[in-house]
Design a protein. Sequence first.
Length: 120
Amino acid sequence: MRVLGWAYRLGEGVEADLAQAADWWRRGAAAGNSYCMMWYSQRLFSGEGVEKDPTAALAWLERSGERGNYWAVRDLGHLYDEGWHGIPRDERKATYWKRKALAFNDDEARGWLAAHGLLE
């Protein structure tokens, strides 16, 4: 499902179809694939191939992050720090995700936590 989503997104071996790409990632997300969760959330945020739905997008991105997807964890730290996609800034949630990013040895998260006096 992950690979089929990219095939339709990029038009590799099939005609490009953003709705099909989103649908394959939705199916993969529902089956528990953290990368599909992340990519489907990006489609929901952007409205690419699906109707925009920031609430559902955030829920899928958080599920991906909780499953340990580094890219989702990193995006969530930025999202809550900067207030992306109309989601309000939330320093408590940004701190939560930045601390999770430390498990991946993320230097940007380490710097952010240090700058906020939160590095232990």
